[in-house]
Design a protein around this ligand. Sequence first.
Ligand SMILES: NC(=O)c1ccc[n+]([C@@H]2O[C@H](COP(=O)([O-])OP(=O)(O)OC[C@H]3O[C@@H](n4cnc5c(N)ncnc54)[C@H](OP(=O)(O)O)[C@@H]3O)[C@@H](O)[C@H]2O)c1
Length: 265
Amino acid sequence: MPNKNEQTHILITGASRGLGAALALAYAKHYSEQANETLHLSLLATTTDNLNATKQQCTPYCDQIDCYGVDLNDPSASIAPIQAIAEQPVDIAILNAGVTNDSKNNQETWQQQHAIINTNLLAAMACTHALIPSMQARQSGRIVLVSSIAAFKGLGLTPSYCASKAGIKAYADSIRGGLADQGVTVHCVMPGFIATDMTAAYSGATPFMISSERAAMIVIKGLQKNRLIIIFPRLISWGMRLLNILPVRWSDAILKYAGYGSPTQ
Ligand SMILES: NC(=O)c1ccc[n+]([C@@H]2O[C@H](COP(=O)([O-])OP(=O)(O)OC[C@H]3O[C@@H](n4cnc5c(N)ncnc54)[C@H](OP(=O)(O)O)[C@@H]3O)[C@@H](O)[C@H]2O)c1
């Protein structure tokens, strides 16, 4: 690789597959084309075999890739590894790891609900908490919290998932102002359906679904333009916003008619 002067450090959770893996590869390719900058990727997930597969894909384009097997279902346990990673200043942290219930199997168990809130909401908050001090000290850094258009209106097939994603959006909105004054930018990504393992387990319709590669490019371009809320695809995102402002009996009826009602309805 040619001599480059600066290095950008990007941390991605949930990088073993799906959107996280696509983001890692897209960023690796992007930085390989930059004249002056190299990329350091720190990739997290529970499945180290799959993380290593992402690493292999990125290796031709990227100088330094570190993989960490961390189970975010135990949010407090994620703080120490994230703090250790942040000893090499993190420029962009994409807190993307997520789980949902398998809506094909009817209702959520309490254990599933716990795991969804732990992984999607509490772990993202724990990682943010661990990253903030070093970013504040440097007066720079971006925290990218991955929510969903499901944050606008709960869907009966995936109640805890929707609750976790609404929580992420509210958390991003809440911390953005204070951190902006300290040089730290908080972004919230709100995708519609992306073709990944997550949607493969979803029993509802998946209109306007896009590939993980396309979703990754939309996220990267949105961050380059410094968009604070990156929401896509446009049509379904407006549909969800509209459902959010309609009288609740109407929006519930529309969702039930469209097949997104709770299995017990
Ligand atoms: N797919 C969609 O339609 C869609 C739409 C809106 C928002 N999103 C959001 O986008 C993000 C990525 O979703 P995706 O579709 O790419 O999902 P995915 O293909 O199922 O991948 C999920 C990633 O999260 C990691 N993960 C899951 N549980 C974890 C845990 N306990 N500890 C550490 N890592 C864990 C997985 O790795 P391991 O299993 O190897 O640990 C995997 O890398 C999620 O936050 C999701 O909610 C997705």
